[in-house]
Design a protein around this ligand. Structure first.
Ligand code: SAH
Length: 393
C-alpha cells in the first residue's frame, strides 16, 4: 500500500471528514490512477484511505476515515447497501430514483440512477473507474436489476484523464423505459437522454408545480428550457390549458409533445417553440404576451465559481424578462443548477432582476434537489440545485 503525505496544516479538511484533497496539499507520494492509498498528515498520522488521481487537481478522494476499514469488494457492497436502503425510506412516488449520489453516499465520483429495471451509471473519477466491475456486480446484487447502462460520457471525466464511455455494462435490450412520477408518465432513454437519461432531481419540484398551478388556477404557462416537457406535463396535470414549451433542442420538444399525448392531455393545450429562450422572452415582451405561470430551468450557466460573474448576468437577464412577462399575481419557478452559484448568490441575482424589472414578488418557497440527491453536513459542495417559488405582487 502506497502512502501519500500531506503538507503541514493540510490535514484539517480530512480530519473534518471532507472527502477531497487538492493537488497543492500533497507533500510527497505517487500512485497509479485510482489506486487506493493511505493518506497521512505531515507528522505521519493516519487520515484516510483514498483513491489517487494523478491528473486531477482533486488529487485524492477519500473512501474511508477509519484506519481499520479495508477498501475491497465488501466495502463497496456495504456502502451501496446503505445508499440503497436510504432511498427505500424516502417514500418517493416514482420508479426513477437516484440510488447513489457520489460523495454524499461515501462513493466519490459514482452516480447511479434507477429507471424501472435499468441502472444508469456514471463513473466520474479514477477511483470508481478502477473498481467498476466490482461496483457493477454489487449494484445488480443490491437492487435485483439485471441491466446496467454506463453513461460515463460526461465532460468532467476529462479532468480525471479518463475517456468518455457509453454502452451496456451488464445486460442489454431496449434503452427506453416509462417513468411513472407522481401522477405523470415520461419516457426516458438512458442512451440518448441528458445526464443518466433524465432530470430526477426536479421530481418533487415538478409535482409541486402541478399543485400550485391547480391551487392558483393558472391557465397560461410558459416552460423555458423545457427539455422533454416535464414541467409542461405537470402544468397540464394542474389544469393549465395554454402551455408553451421553449427549448433549443428539436428532438427534446418532439418528446415533450409525445409526453402530452402519453398522459392523455389535449394536444391543442400545448405548443412547442424551438428557439433560444432569451430571444423568445424578449420577443414575447415586445408582443405584450403575459402568462399566469413561468418556469425557468436553464442549463448550468456556471460549472464552477470561476464562471460566476458571466453566469450571474445571464440568470439576472432571464429572471428580469420572466418577471415582466408574468401577470400580476403570477407564479414563477426559477432555478439554477450551477455548482458555482450558491443559494444566497442566486437569491441576490433574482432580487436584482426584480429591481430591474420594477417588480416585487413574494417568496413562497425555496427549493432544492429531491431528497434522493442528498447533501451531507461534511460535504456542502454537493449542493448544486437551488430554486425559488415567487408570486408576483
Ligand atoms: N426543465 C427540464 C430540464 C432542463 S435541462 C426538466 O425538468 O426536464 C436544460 C434544457 O435547456 C435542455 O433541454 C437544453 O436543450 C435547453 N437549452 C440550453 N440552452 C438553451 C437556450 N439558449 N435556449 C433554449 N433552450 C436551451
Amino acid at each position: 500500500m502506497k502512502t501519500i503525505r500531506l503538507r503541514e496544516g493540510k490535514e484539517r479538511s480530512l480530519q473534518r471528514q471532507h472527502p477531497w484533497v487538492f493537488q497543492g496539499s500533497v507533500e510527497k507520494g505517487r500512485a497509479d490512477a485510482g489506486e487506493t492509498v493511505r493518506v497521512e498528515s505531515h507528522s505521519g498520522e493516519f487520515l484516510a484511505w483514498a483513491a489517487f488521481s494523478p491528473d486531477s487537481t482533486i488529487r485524492l478522494r477519500a473512501w474511508s476515515f477509519d484506519e481499520a476499514e479495508r477498501i475491497d469488494a465488501d466495502f463497496f457492497r456495504r456502502r451501496l447497501a446503505v445508499a440503497v436502503a436510504m432511498r427505500s425510506r424516502l417514500g418517493l412516488r416514482s420508479n426513477g430514483v437516484r440510488l447513489v449520489h457520489g460523495e454524499a453516499d461515501g462513493l466519490p465520483g459514482l452516480i447511479v440512477d434507477r429507471y424501472e429495471d435499468i441502472l444508469s451509471v456514471q463513473f466520474l473519477a479514477t477511483g470508481v473507474e478502477r473498481w467498476k466491475a466490482v461496483i457493477a456486480d454489487a449494484l445488480l446484487a443490491a437492487t435485483g436489476c439485471t441491466r446496467l447502462y454506463e453513461r460515463s460520457d460526461s465532460s468532467v471525466r476529462q479532468l480525471e484523464g479518463l475517456d468518455p464511455v457509453k454502452g451496456w455494462l451488464r445486460g442489454e435490450g431496449s434503452t427506453t423505459v416509462t417513468l411513472h412520477e407522481h401522477d405523470i408518465r415520461l419516457t426516458v432513454d438512458v442512451e440518448a437522454g441528458h445526464k443518466t437519461g433524465y432530470y430526477l432531481d426536479q421530481r418533487e419540484n415538478r409535482a409541486l408545480f402541478a399543485r400550485l398551478v391547480r391551487q392558483l388556477g393558472c391557465k397560461s404557462v410558459l416552460n423555458c428550457y423545457s427539455y422533454t416537457g416535464g414541467f409542461s406535463v405537470s402544468a397540464l396535470a394542474g389544469g393549465a390549458t395554454e402551455v408553451v414549451s421553449v427549448d433549443s433542442s428539436g428532438p427534446a420538444l418532439a418528446r415533450a409533445s409525445a409526453h402530452v399525448e402519453l398522459n392523455g392531455f389535449n394536444p391543442a393545450h400545448h405548443t412547442t417553440l424551438d428557439a433560444d429562450v432569451n430571444a423568445t422572452l424578449r420577443q414575447m415582451l415586445k408582443e405584450g404576451r403575459q402568462f399566469d405561470a413561468i418556469v425557468l430551468d436553464p442549463p448550468k450557466f456556471a460549472p464552477t465559481a470561476a464562471h460566476a460573474d458571466r453566469a450571474s448576468r445571464a440568470y439576472k437577464d432571464i429572471n428580469r424578462l420572466g418577471l415582466k412577462l408574468l401577470k400580476p399575481g403570477g407564479l414563477l419557478l426559477t432555478f439554477s443548477c450551477s455548482g458555482g452559484i450558491g443559494a444566497d448568490l442566486f437569491h441576490k441575482i433574482v432580487a436584482g432582476a426584480g429591481l430591474d424589472a420594477g417588480v416585487d414578488a413574494y417568496i413562497l418557497q425555496r427549493l432544492e434537489a429531491s431528497s434522493d440527491h442528498p447533501t451531507t453536513v461534511n460535504f456542502p459542495e454537493g449542493e448544486y440545485l437551488k430554486g425559488l417559488v415567487l408570486l408576483k405582487r
